[in-house]
Design a protein around this ligand. Sequence first.
Ligand SMILES: Cc1cc2nc3c(=O)[nH]c(=O)nc-3n(C[C@H](O)[C@H](O)[C@H](O)COP(=O)(O)O)c2cc1C
Length: 196
Amino acid sequence: MKKYIFAITGASGPVVGIRALKKLAEVAEVHILISSQSFSIIKFESGIDWSGKKDMDIQRKIREYFGADNIYYHGENNMAATVSSGSFKTDGMFVAPCSMKSLSGIANGYANSLIERAADVTIKEGRPLVLSPREMPFSAIHLENMLKLARMGVKIAPPVPGFYHRPENINDLVDFMAGKLIDAMGVEHNIYKRWS
Ligand SMILES: Cc1cc2nc3c(=O)[nH]c(=O)nc-3n(C[C@H](O)[C@H](O)[C@H](O)COP(=O)(O)O)c2cc1C
């Protein structure tokens, strides 16, 4: 079974990441990282309360939500977590959505949280990293951070909807964006209808 790290940071639209995560958890072991800011945005925008006192409580809630035991949660300050080391092998990492703060931390190797550290490790080990930055509009700072990372081979996959699959509702748009996110990692799925 493939093994991926999936981080959710405090930008709008965690629903897209959560949809992609659901699909990923059907075919792979997933290590979830959620920034403290993201917990409240997930609750505010999607009504899902994953907060908890202990990491194990949070992991239990997340496993229940997805109905999957192959999901592991690591707290954002747990620098001793498996995903903090390059010797823990993974097949790649997603950050979706990726806030401009986390984007900056990753682009500059700041490694101030487990999310930034895991991304730093993913880059140094030459493993696939897919970031889904969300902001509108992007400033030159944001764009420079993205360009710097893209030149290193990091995939920049923002949540941009397409309309050629004729979406009928918001779910269709979310599925399309989640599917494109998973495409960026090269994982097979049938979340959206491909152009043919
Ligand atoms: C409701 C809400 C929506 C936000 N949306 C965004 C966003 O789309 N993009 C972004 O870069 N920051 C957004 N922010 C600000 C980030 O949450 C903030 O910069 C935070 O420090 C990011 O930290 P993190 O990357 O550790 O999660 C939002 C904040 C709130 C409360």
